[in-house]
Design a protein around this ligand. Structure first.
Ligand SMILES: Cc1cc2nc3c(=O)[nH]c(=O)nc-3n(C[C@H](O)[C@H](O)[C@H](O)COP(=O)(O)OP(=O)(O)OC[C@H]3O[C@@H](n4cnc5c(N)ncnc54)[C@H](O)[C@@H]3O)c2cc1C
Length: 499
């Protein structure tokens, strides 16, 4: 492991400045690869989990890497490899299974044929893809330290005009190590220690490292993930088995806000991998009160009479599920400070930059968490290219290029598709009317009306900022038409009343 001394040297060649990345999730591993590809050396990633492919049942959800995320995989020439371990969106078939066992299979409509094929794969498989790329081609530049946590970040004055960073880290064996990087990258997710530290340091009074919250109808929903065997039986007679590449929506028999439940299974390329079913519902739902495997079986058996529950949920898994804390969908949020520069009077600046969930976080409604994190990495790459890898220029440029999109992304996450978890049938239906009205109008009068946000987001050539502007313009026109309609209607009513 590198020690403070090995990191303290101040290089004059910026591409050789030392980098410490906190967090080995998608944003952290992708940033390390991007910097290594640019020729940077001595890049260290700190990750508190034990391995890249570590199986965390409640984080075993699937990602759809779309055209936006593929800007990064194209840059690293990883898209072909990605496609070989994923299910393409062009082959996305969904089977719904009702409580009486009746089923219907349909192909997800491809609304925009020009849209780039997106790829579905588990989070773990995507992290392994990135990590294996590091192991294969970038070992000389990147070191990933697992079981290693960033504990503290200090800013140390060298003299009146210069400061350096000191990062206190707890390593694998519990030993404390200190790093003094020239660039610190915060990719440590929503509860980022890097962002929290910057919030404490920031004396500008702007609260720019404070998350700004934009509540949505899906924020606060609770989720847990149930692990099921590969090729699980889908009926009580065991005649039909799940196909790994098929998505399933298994509807429960219970009705009512705190009882009704469904299982959602996303497609998987590897037929030998366990299937995972997402259960997402209100925090006061009955299922979260179940304390042990027997209570869970007693709930799931009548809830899903079409399934051989005891056969597909092992007692160990039932117990784990009942005892797991699960997670809850965050309120859509962002912070407006994406970088921080320390005082420097030398040729090599010292700075801190934030990417991924550390700066923008929201429920998975629009499938943009990982894609926007990968796009952050591409924007940082662009800022570095435009400033010749000079941190003092690149970090402010990254913030000015990315912040407008970050703000727009969070507003889109708040409104684009928050009613998809069967929370409230009436509100969902109203949302659907709005969606199909916009879709119809955009097909009939494309120069006046834009498509619904959920579809526009899939077009990686449009920035989040452009999409938000298009959506708002359509909303304003719809309001105006609504107003004209109401005024016209009242005028006719008054006229008729006069007669
Ligand atoms: C239920 C659910 C479903 C989702 N589905 C989708 C989806 O379908 N599509 C999509 O695009 N996005 C989805 N997301 C969101 C997506 O997972 C995140 O947006 C994405 O993981 C962000 O990547 P990140 O690297 O910024 O942060 P993270 O993935 O949170 O990674 C942060 C990493 O930092 C590590 N870390 C944190 N603190 C420290 C520390 N002090 N020291 C060392 N290591 C540390 C953590 O262990 C973690 O590995 C979903 C999220 C949830 C919760």
């Amino acid at each position: 492991m590198n020690t403070e001394n090995s990191f303290a040297a101040s290089e004059t060649n910026y591409s050789q400045c030392n980098v410490l990345i906190v967090g080995g999730g998608p944003a952290g591993l992708a940033t390390a690869l991007m910097l290594a590809k640019r020729g940077w050396k001595n890049i260290t990633v700190l990750e508190k989990r034990p391995t890249a492919g570590y199986y965390e049942p409640d984080k075993s959800f699937s990602y759809q890497i779309d055209g936006r995320g593929q800007k990064f995989t194209d840059y690293l020439e990883l898209t072909h490899q990605l496609s070989t371990i994923s299910v393409p969106s062009t082959e996305f078939y969904l089977t719904t299974i009702k409580p009486d066992g009746s089923r219907k299979t349909f192909k997800l409509p491809i609304v925009d044929p020009k849209r780039k094929t997106a790829y579905w794969l588990p989070r773990r498989a995507f992290l392994l893809l990135l990590y294996q790329e590091i192991e294969r081609d970038w070992q000389d530049s990147i070191t990933v330290l697992f079981n290693t946590s960033c504990l503290q970040i200090n800013k140390i004055a060298i003299n009146n005009a210069e400061e350096k960073l000191e990062i206190v880290v707890k390593g694998e064996n519990g030993n404390i190590v200190k790093f003094a990087p020239n660039l610190l990258v915060g990719c440590d997710g929503l509860n980022s220690i890097v962002r929290h530290t910057l919030k404490e340091w920031d004396k500008s009074g702007s609260d720019k490292f404070e998350m700004k919250l934009f509540p949505s109808p899906s924020s606060g929903l609770k989720y847990k993930v149930l692990s099921l065997p590969p090729n699980l039986p889908l009926d009580r007679k065991g005649e039909e088995h799940a196909v790994s590449t098929m998505a399933y929506a298994i509807r429960g028999a219970f009705k009512g806000r705190t009882r009704s439940v469904s299982l959602g299974l996303l497609p998987l390329k590897n037929p030998d991998e366990p299937r995972t079913a997402n259960i997402i519902t209100y925090p006061d739902h009955e299922i979260w009160e179940l304390k042990n495997s027997e209570e869970l079986y007693n709930f799931l058996e009548p809830a899903f009479p079409q399934l051989p529950i005891r056969q597909i949920v092992s007692p160990q898994e039932a117990d784990r599920f009942a005892k797991s804390e699960g997670g809850s969908f965050p309120i859509p949020q962002y912070c407006s400070g994406l970088h921080f520069l320390l005082k420097a009077n030398q040729s090599c600046a010292t700075g801190i930059v934030l990417l991924g969930d550390a700066i923008h976080c929201f429920p998975p409604d629009i499938g943009q968490g990982v894609n926007s994190a990968l796009e952050d990495v591409c924007v940082l790459n662009e800022a570095l290219s435009r400033s010749n890898d000079d941190i003092s220029l690149a970090l402010p440029l990254y913030e000015s290029l990315r912040l407008p999109d970050v703000k727009a992304l969070v507003r889109l996450a708040q409104t684009a598709f928050p009613w998809q978890y069967n929370q409230d049938p009436l509100r969902r239906n109203l949302w659907s009317v709005n969606f199909f009205l916009r879709l119809l109008l955009s097909r009939l009068l494309p120069f006046i009306f834009s498509s619904p946000a959920f579809l526009l987001i899939q077009n990686q050539q449009l920035s989040y900022q452009q999409i938000w502007a298009m959506v708002q313009r359509t909303t304003q026109i719809l309001y105006l038409l609504g107003l004209i309609f109401i005024v016209g209607y009242l005028a006719v009513v008054l006229k008729v009343a006069e007669i």
